[in-house]
Design a protein around this ligand. Structure first.
Ligand code: ZN
Ligand code: ZN
Length: 182
């Protein structure tokens, strides 16, 4: 049996590099232990898929966001497996239909003080009677809260926990918001 361990090596990153291209897999050289040439990110994802590995982390279970920051892969729940990634994709779709914008609006309507993402996610889980780990409640609630923020209904109060690339790629672990006034 061939071993398909895919490795991504960083290239030199120019100062004016496109941040979106960077975090989405650019500026890297992809290699597989089996020797298959992988010309770019798309080829690497295809090879990961045909060898039953997660197409986000390419089987490594770790997402390398920028050269000095990595995190456990969220797409496959840190398993590196394609099957886990597909299962988790379905769970994301299910979370989207259960946790609607209206539902989240209802959850936070009574909050007069600033509230954290984790509080709203816990409340959503309690209200829907979902055990922890059943659905990606936190990521879905975060998306909805960010959309309410983009609409001007909420104001983000917390500072980012990490500046990964100046202020263009930032990481918030458990951000908090308050209702916009007026
Ligand atoms: Zn291979
Ligand atoms: Zn993964």
């Amino acid at each position: 049996m061939r071993i398909h361990t895919i490795t991504a090596l960083w290239e030199d990153i120019p100062d004016d590099a496109d941040d979106l291209v960077l975090v989405r897999g650019g500026f890297r050289v992809y290699l597989c232990l089996c020797g298959r040439p992988l010309a770019d990110r798309t080829a690497a994802e295809l090879h990961a898929s045909e060898t039953n590995q997660c197409t986000t982390c390419l089987g490594s279970a770790v997402e390398n966001i920028v050269p000095d920051f990595s995190q456990q892969c969220t797409a496959c729940a840190g398993t590196g497996r394609r099957r886990a990634q597909l299962t988790w994709q379905l769970a994301h779709a299910e979370a989207e239909t259960m946790i609607t914008v209206e539902f989240v609006r209802g959850l936070i309507a009574g909050f007069t003080e600033p509230f954290r993402l984790s509080e709203v996610a816990d409340l959503a889980r309690d209200t829907l009677n979902l055990p922890v780990g059943r659905l990606p409640v936190g990521p879905r609630v975060r998306d909805v809260l960010r959309s309410l923020e983009a609409r001007g209904e909420l104001v983000l109060l917390s500072a980012p926990d990490e500046l990964l690339r100046g202020t263009s790629v930032m990481l918030y672990r458990d951000p908090y918001w308050e209702h916009a006034t007026g």
